[in-house]
Write a protein that binds this ligand. Sequence first.
Ligand code: NAD
Length: 523
Amino acid sequence: MDIQNQTVIPVENPINGKVLYEINDNPENVASYYKIADEVQQKIQAMSIKERIAEVDKINQYVLDHSDFILDCIIAETGKARTDAFAAEVFEVGDVIDVYKKLAPKLLKDKNIDMPVFLMGKKCKQYFEPLGTVLVITPWNFPFYQVIVPSLLSFLAGNATIAKPSEVTPLKPLWDHFFANSGFMKDAIQVVFGGKQVGAALIQQRPHKIHFTGSVKSGKIIGKLAAEQLIPVDLELGGKDASIVFDDINMERTVNGVMWGAFTNAGQNCTGIERLYVQETIYDKFVNELVNKTKKLRTSHIDRDTKSPEDCDMGTMTAPFQVAIVEEHIEDALAKGAKLLCGGITEKGSMHMLPTILENCNHTMKIASEETFGPTVAIMKFKTEAEAIALANDSIYGLGGSVWTKDLARGERVARAIKTGNFCINNHMINEANPYLPFGGTKDSGIGRFKGEEGILTFCNHKSVLIDKMSGIIEPHWYPFTNTKAQLLRNLMDSWFQKSRNYIKFAINGLKIDSIGTKEQIK
Ligand code: NAD
């Protein structure tokens, strides 16, 4: 399936290759969505936060009532194992809604802001206002979660939202059903189907904000398109997470945790473990156990015609072009001296890949330096903590990572030393299950933060407001500029900004300055 430059895009079931339906990458008429958004945004803005939460509750209820249907839709287009789809897409949506029902009223409330002493008598506040229309563009690996979560956060902040899901997994049957049955406010979130052309055309309409999740390559293009029109943009991009295993671990727990971190969602996670650094003192035992357990994972590959995703630990790959990248990385690694411990390419181009472990890897290999986004883990050995940190940081990406050790002080030392936006100690990726924690990348992994307090504030205009009384006072820094005023201001600065403040001098100059504006005003 080459989806580039095609107007009609077939959406395929990766489990059996059947075409489910088609969508059009037709960039005409995208302006009509903005017209609708402009109208509905006025209504959303006028709603209280309580009323907006009541709407979001309808999403929650829809997810509870239709979770099996949602899972069926997701699995049909992604080939995920059912538990993967449930945990990361359905359960997580409930969790996000639960948390933001508490967070949103607190965060969107006007905030009283402190002031320097020079502004005595005035008040400062910050308002958190809607931006207008937010454009959400999303990838194919978590097609429900990635669309609904930023959209509902944008809605809670008072915006109209236009969401363009990936052309690989648009979930059209799910969105059609959602809008017909959830009772959620009409047009507050519009889901627009299409590919890159539709995405680019939506950007040309100048949304008030773009929230983009996808690859580094596309992120750079979106960043440029946004910059041309000065549209604020969040870029949640790819990763190449490193996991560091020290020799003081609980072996059983760590092997299980690393195996899940590498292969959950068939490795199609921006924060999946792709690089694994194991301390040499436990290397053989650890790698042996990891390989033994991994070989026992029940994958979609086995008995593929009869096995349903219900029975799998690891589902299929979702996109043929991603399979090609994973294969290219495995072949490149093997050609450069890596040793295949399990998995590998059993049938070229098959969506049913096996969990693949490679050792003797190094950073000249694509599998250790470029995002693979598949069920592979590249293992490397290290001796010292410093060496492990240097290896983990030797990457253009900076999304997530993890360390496994009983020594929590060392765990935190490593967490601080690794240049990523997210990190776990004795776990992996699970930070994302806490909606109170912001998520985002450093380096090529992106710009901005999503979820946490930032998750709502990123969709707001942070308006700074100063409130002064309507008194008769003429401010000393207003016209005319005189030598006396300048000297008083200088005295004020000298008395206040010194290491030891001169309160008496400050008070005397303060009193004089209060009246000088009125005395020396232009008559
Ligand atoms: P992609 O960049 O190819 O596409 C993402 C979305 O952008 C799609 O909807 C696509 O249609 C749209 N798009 C692509 N080019 C565009 C253009 N020029 N103009 C407008 N829209 C355009 O990414 P993908 O292959 O769908 O997703 C996989 C990538 O997403 C991986 O790199 C993965 O790491 C990343 N990802 C990141 C996060 C995160 O939170 N950081 C989460 C999930 C996935």
